[in-house]
Design a binder for this molecule. Structure first.
Ligand code: AVI
Length: 321
């Protein structure tokens, strides 16, 4: 019997570890302090995020899946054939894998910052789908999008960015990322999931669930930082805070010091007063019109959009010449 194929794996992120550590320390020392949301995603954080997607309160994942189930054939017709599917923030690769039968990609390229987690997921997927050429890219595409040409070949590049992860970027950064994708998607396009504005109670429950999984996910960023910069955060001393800001149309997540405390790391440290917060994430919510306009501003043409019956979530297909 032939040997099972092993996907190619290229890691480009960890090359600049020192700069990452400097940026993380500077953000902790800033007023107010912050931790970039990418630090949620070490191996444990990726598993915690997987658990979040199963929570009854966290509607985005299942709502998006229902849109794909209902309109997938329509999307596939709009997207066309001979594609390389480039999955940004692939995680466990499950969302893309569910589209394989419809989109029939020739190549699948999974990009994620959580390298170990991605490697495990991709190996399993390649065994299940040996006819698709697969590769993994360990990359922080929030900084730069570097897709090696040989991994796409002569297929049409179709970027897949589901789950409303675009919402974790603020306005100008989101637009910059869309432009970076646009620049690499000639002859293909972008299939993207976007969470929509909805009543505050539904949004806040989704980011502060009753089992405390999102709280654990939020605090886990501190454990990840401890390993990265040698800090001595005690996650237990921090309270999970999540609220919806109507004016900014975004969920904000923070960690709030339960008491006055000090955090140290080699060569530095800082005191936090009781109640002082570290900002860990924004999750922006859009309107269909607002996001469509943003896609056009980024250079995509005539985006098409599908939503669920409650108008909670949207999937856009935006083609590029
Ligand atoms: C990955 N991202 C789209 C999630 C979101 O909904 O903003 C991350 C998350 N944060 C808390 N729960 C889920």
């Amino acid at each position: 019997m032939a040997e099972p194929k092993t996907p190619r794996f290229i890691q480009t992120w960890l090359a600049d570890d020192a700069a990452e550590r400097d940026a993380a320390r500077a953000a902790l020392l800033a007023q107010p302090a912050s931790v970039a949301p990418k630090f949620f995603y070490d191996r444990l954080g990726s598993h915690l995020f997987e658990a979040i997607t199963e929570l009854p309160e966290y509607y985005p994942t299942r709502t998006e899946a229902a849109i794909f189930a209902r309109h997938g054939a329509d999307m596939a017709a709009a997207i066309g054939a001979n594609i390389a599917l480039i999955d940004l923030g692939a995680g466990n690769c499950a969302k893309a894998a569910r589209l394989f039968a419809l989109l029939e990609p020739r190549r699948y390229l999974a990009v994620d910052i959580s390298v170990e987690f991605l490697r495990d997921a991709l190996r399993t997927l390649q065994r299940e789908q040996p006819h698709i050429a697969m590769a993994g890219l360990g990359q922080d595409f929030s900084a730069a999008l570097d897709i090696p040409h040989e991994l796409v070949g002569d297929a049409r590049p179709v970027f897949f960015y589901p789950g409303s992860s675009i919402g974790n970027f603020e306005g100008t950064d989101a637009l910059a990322l869309l432009r970076r994708i646009r620049a690499r998607a000639s002859g293909g396009g972008l299939l993207i999931g976007v969470d929509l504005v909805k009543p505050k109670a539904i949004l806040e429950a989704a980011y502060d669930d009753s089992l405390g999984v999102t709280a654990a996910f939020n605090r886990n960023a501190l454990s990840h930082l401890n390993r990265l910069i040698g800090s001595d955060f005690a996650p237990r001393q921090w309270r999970h805070v999540a609220f919806y800001d109507d004016a900014k149309a975004r969920i904000e997540m923070h960690l709030e010091a339960r008491e006055s405390l000090a955090v140290e790391w080699p060569g530095g440290g800082r005191r936090f007063a009781a109640g002082e917060r570290i900002h860990t994430e924004n999750s922006c919510k859009y309107t269909v019109e607002g996001f469509g306009a943003m896609l056009r501003e980024a250079g995509f043409e005539a985006p098409r959009c599908w939503t669920d019956h409650q108008g909670w979530f949207a999937v856009f297909w935006a083609a590029t010449r």
